[in-house]
Design a protein around this ligand. Structure first.
Ligand code: ZN
Length: 109
């Protein structure tokens, strides 16, 4: 099966999410403090909002990276949990998912 289509989508998405993270990062750092921004105590209320945005973006980025790794390993179309084939329709909706519908539903409960 052709993964280059999904690889392109994932790379575009990665670019977008990375840009979002560095924008949030810059915003939180204010005066260019060098400490890891996720560990900085927030002084403004706004920082907390930015921080949770940043966290979900980080999570998204790690899912994207994992999906790209799975493409490299030729596992992209296989569920990471049960090994079943993930339907293309699902990957079109969620290109960074590593799980089939069954396993995704199981992990939500
Ligand atoms: Zn599965």
């Amino acid at each position: 099966m052709d993964t280059s289509h999904y690889q392109k989508i994932l790379l575009d998405l990665k670019h977008e999410v990375s840009g979002r993270i560095s924008a949030i990062d810059r915003d939180i750092r204010h005066e260019g403090m060098s400490a890891d921004w996720t560990e900085q105590a927030s002084e403004r209320e706004n920082d907390e909002v930015l921080e949770s945005l940043g966290n979900s973006s980080e999570q998204e980025l790690s899912m994207i990276n994992f999906a790209l790794q799975r493409i490299e390993e030729n596992n992209y179309f296989n569920c990471d949990e049960c090994g079943d084939t993930i339907p293309r329709a699902r990957l079109d909706l969620l290109p960074f998912t590593a799980h089939c519908v069954n396993c995704a539903e199981k992990s939500e409960h």
